[in-house]
Design a protein around this ligand. Structure first.
Ligand code: TEU
Ligand code: CA
Length: 565
């Protein structure tokens, strides 16, 4: 398939969650100077772009996803001068910076909302979504993502405002052209500063269905807003306007976080025609284990389902749009603990296997901090160890209403909670993993003595160097970026095998998701050809794969990418 080349298709993105990355001044909170000090580490890893989770001024109700001033830096993270130094140093090293753009909602402490709530005739009133109550209750039955109703009553004017997330995150009213102009102005301000892109927080939710109809009632007792907010009626119109007025004027990388997105919708958001965004984050592969409208459980992800979903996105978007590739981010538990194997014996080998499986696909790969070290979920033992508003509220609400027992709910938030991704980055084996000289805002995973960057950078066989190689391969072989994708052995519940094709070349990617030895049949078309092992988590680059006749013998969690020219 003929495909337009672009730098953002050939890039690898690294996500930094600033609060947990590196603390430079001992207050226990990661900060911008901490990031600047670690840019050489990222250069060594070989990534091209940093996605920086929000660093703007914020009261921190949702760790910065509640912004009170888009043109200032959060006090705990430093100053605008610190930011400028970080940006300059990154650019010196050839690393681009993608900012998190959170514009579905602001903080309730943002000046626009402070004004908006003052009176019904305030000039900022229509910046947000205000409604009268219905029969003394909320305007509709929607529940918020962080528990409770999606509406908050405000005594001053006797109306309710909409908040799809916490009540300190009121939703902006994108129907108001002034809101759009204000957001676009702010984006231009950052672009003029020289930033390189935007990751757009829940951008699929910005257009709500007129009338705001009740949603289907789920296990929590509230109505689901998704059908009336996700991919709403005007979302593409708004993004096209944003593209015309801002994005098209700069050379940016853009990715829309699109909860509720389907492949059909993604072809519009990330259309190759370039009218909206470069790519989207889809959620289907993250939500496989979610029960009905309910993420809290301890379900396993069936490999056959995972393959089906990943493959659907690979083949359906090919030539029409562009994929983002991710296993981990700040909202998800560590994939290694979810579908890999975080035991002592298989941790490293399964971390490398997961990396291979993702990075050899078509799309732009995202590495979440610590993923390149094989960091794992946190072994929670008490509720006091949780910091995340989502887990804490869900625990209170669901146990309070007797929907889930406290023991079960503790197990669920320990397994699925977002804090698993938010424990401090493990730099070395000194106290607090070298993250801070003080007391960290969230506990460090006790396995930092074994799993840390310093140890891995001194050992050639580490997960770190394996990721470095995966990233390097993408630069050296066009087939990895642009090749077509075909799933093989769709029914295998143990092996994820796929074939990439490009200009007469083939790349066979074999990944075993089991702790048992297995065999994999070599596809007929490749049997006569000798392949070159580009990467292997059992060091088979020199020897080639161990094969007997038409079958390859695979070790537990073995992975390899083999090129046939
Ligand atoms: O996440 C949006 C989103 O869909 C989350 O609610 C996600 O489903 C949930 O975290 C999974 O448990 C974005 C940000 O990435 C997240 O950190 C913010 O809390 C949220 O928006 C509100 O800004
Ligand atoms: Ca600090």
């Amino acid at each position: 398939m003929k495909m337009e080349r672009a730098w953002w298709k050939e890039s690898v993105v690294y996500q930094i969650y600033p609060r947990s990355f590196c603390d430079s001044n001992g207050d226990g909170i990661g900060d911008l100077n901490g990031i600047t000090g670690k840019l050489d580490y990222l250069k060594e890893l070989g990534i091209d772009v940093i996605w920086l989770s929000p660093v703007y001024q914020s009261p921190g109700d949702d760790n910065g996803y509640d912004i009170s001033d888009y043109r200032n830096i959060m006090k705990e993270f430093g100053t605008m001068e610190d930011y400028d130094r970080m940006l300059a140093k990154a650019h010196e090293l050839g690393i681009k910076i993608m900012m998190d753009l959170v514009v579905n909602h602001t903080s309730d402490e943002h000046a626009w909302f402070v004004e908006s709530r003052k009176s019904e005739d305030n000039e900022y009133r229509d910046y947000y979504i205000w409604r009268d109550g219905k029969d003394g209750k909320e305007p509709n039955n929607w529940g918020s993502c962080f528990g409770g109703p999606a509406w908050e009553y405000d005594e001053r004017t006797g109306q309710y405002y909409l908040h799809l997330f916490s009540k300190k995150q009121p939703d902006l009213n994108w129907e108001n052209p002034k809101v759009r102009e204000s957001v676009f102005d702010m984006m231009v301000w950052w672009c003029e500063k020289g930033i390189d892109g935007f990751r757009m927080d829940v951008i699929s939710l910005i257009s709500k269905c007129p009338g705001l109809p009740d949603g289907a009632v789920g296990k929590s007792g509230y109505g689901d807003f998704a059908a009336y907010c996700a991919n709403g009626p005007r979302v593409h119109e708004y993004l096209q306007e944003m593209n015309r007025k801002v994005l098209s004027k700069y050379d940016l990388i853009t990715v829309g976080e699109c909860s509720g997105v389907t492949v059909e919708e993604a072809k519009r958001y990330a259309s190759a025609s370039g009218e909206e965004l470069n790519m989207v984050f889809q959620f289907e592969h993250m939500d496989i284990d979610g029960g009905e409208s309910f993420k809290w459980n301890h379900n396993k992800i069936p490999l056959t389902e995972l393959k089906k979903i990943m493959s659907k996105w690979q083949t359906e978007l090919a030539g029409k749009a562009w994929n983002s590739l991710y296993w981990c981010n700040h909202d998800q538990p560590r994939m290694l603990s979810r579908i890999g194997n975080d035991s002592q014996e298989y941790r490293e080998v399964s971390a490398k296997m997961l990396g291979t499986c993702l990075h050899m696909m078509q799309g732009t790969p995202y590495v979440y901090q610590g993923e390149e070290l094989g960091m794992t979920n946190y072994p929670f033992t008490s509720l006091e160890e949780f910091r995340d508003i989502e887990s804490i509220n869900a625990y209170r609400e669901l146990t309070g209403k007797g929907i889930v027992s406290p023991e079960e709910m503790f197990d669920y938030i320990s397994y699925k909670g977002r804090d698993n991704a938010r424990t401090p980055m493990q730099w070395d084996d000194s106290p607090q993993a070298g993250f801070t000289t003080g007391s960290p805002w969230i506990p460090v995973n006790p396995n930092y003595r074994e799993i840390n960057a310093k140890e891995q950078m001194e050992r050639e066989t580490s997960v770190f160097y394996y990721y470095k190689k995966l990233i390097r391969l993408r630069k050296d072989y066009e087939i990895i970026v642009y090749g077509d994708y075909e799933l093989l052995l769709p029914d295998s519940g143990e092996l994820y095998v796929y074939l990439r094709s490009y200009q007469g070349e083939k790349l066979l990617v074999v990944c075993s998701y089991t702790d048992q030895e297995t065999v994999c049949e070599i596809p007929k078309e490749l049997r006569e050809r000798t392949g070159k092992v580009l990467i292997s988590n059992y060091g088979r680059e020199e020897t080639g794969l161990e094969s007997a006749g038409d079958k390859i013998a695979l070790k537990p969690y073995e992975a390899a990418a083999v090129l046939y020219t």
